[in-house]
Design a protein. Structure first.
Length: 309
């Protein structure tokens, strides 16, 4: 009960931030927050695709809970009008804090708003923020089968600390099946294909039914990310993409982790500032770029999740 009241307080606080979030009644897309007059409650409950939440609902219930009845919602239609709106939102949010950006995104797109995380330091910051703003937002991890055990251990730490269960999204084949079907480890012969098969395809499936997703990338991480908007259209996945930490630096991230005692991958203390799949990640030397340990020895710099091609 206390957790639910705290959640409502945080949601209302952020929704009412002037100049960042448009004023709305306590109606989050297709879900209404109780209490309200019983006659109004009955009227709203008769509407299709609507769920009314009372204060005595189970703790798992929330105003942002995805509803199966919403499956008929029309998808966003890409075009000049939408692109223009997203560009305006992005520009307006340039000076906003990550928490304000997340609150805006929740108000705009929930319950069709999700987050993908690889449990990196930036992702852990966002998970912490989601726990305070919208803890029922669905968050998932692309479990390629090649992740470090230290990375996977963070899932349980997140559950224990925040009460949030990160859902694993798996490729169609296990690692054993995939390697047997391709004559051995594909990461040794074609890293782009391996990333596509075990990440890109999986995110396409995980994003079905969603309108927007949140990433944890920073503009200063690489030249490929330098011009990334805070809000934009993700052509690859046909979703609105929200990047609340775009303007943050590495110092900002670790300062936030330290201040809030956020759990993080112990590999970061062992020379791995950026952690991906274990076959394609190495520790870096002092002075190397923070992403130098990814696909070392090749021209590849991105797995493809955040590139437009």
């Amino acid at each position: 009960m206390l957790r639910f009241k705290q959640y409502l307080t945080n949601l209302i606080k952020y929704v009412l931030l002037k100049s960042l979030v448009r004023q709305t009644p306590l109606l989050v897309h297709e879900t209404v927050i109780y209490p309200m007059p019983e006659n109004k409650l009955a009227e709203l409950s008769d509407r299709p695709a609507l769920k009314v939440l009372r204060s005595d609902d189970s703790p798992a219930a929330s105003a942002l809970e995805p509803l199966g009845a919403l499956a008929a919602d029309p998808p966003l239609v890409p075009g000049d009008e939408l692109f223009g709106e997203l560009a305006e939102h992005s520009q307006r949010l340039e000076s906003a804090s990550p928490q304000e950006i997340l609150a805006w995104a929740v108000e705009q797109y929930a319950p069709r708003f999700t987050m993908a995380t690889a449990f990196g330091p930036e992702g852990m910051c966002l998970i912490h923020m989601f726990s305070e703003i919208a803890p029922q937002t669905p968050i998932f991890n692309l479990e390629t089968g090649y992740q470090f055990k230290e990375t996977l251990a963070l899932r349980e730490q997140v559950r224990e600390r925040y009460g949030i269960t990160i859902e694993y999204k798996y490729p169609e084949q296990t690692v054993e099946e995939y390697e047997a079907a391709n004559g051995g480890p594909v990461y040794k012969t074609d890293t782009n294909r391996c990333c596509f098969d075990r990440k890109i395809k999986v995110l396409h499936q995980a994003a079905r039914g969603m309108h927007a997703w949140s990433s944890a990338i920073r503009r200063d991480q690489s030249p490929d990310r330098a011009e990334h908007p805070i809000v934009g259209w993700d052509k690859k996945f046909q979703l609105v993409k929200i990047s609340p930490l775009a303007n943050w630096t590495k110092k900002d991230v670790w300062g936030f982790i330290s201040k809030n005692d956020i759990p993080y991958n112990p590999l970061h203390d062992q020379g791995y500032p950026s952690v991906g799949c274990w076959p394609c990640t190495r520790s870096i030397a002092l002075g190397e770029d923070e992403r130098a340990g990814r696909w070392s020895g090749s021209a590849k710099t991105e797995c493809g999740l955040h590139s437009s091609d």
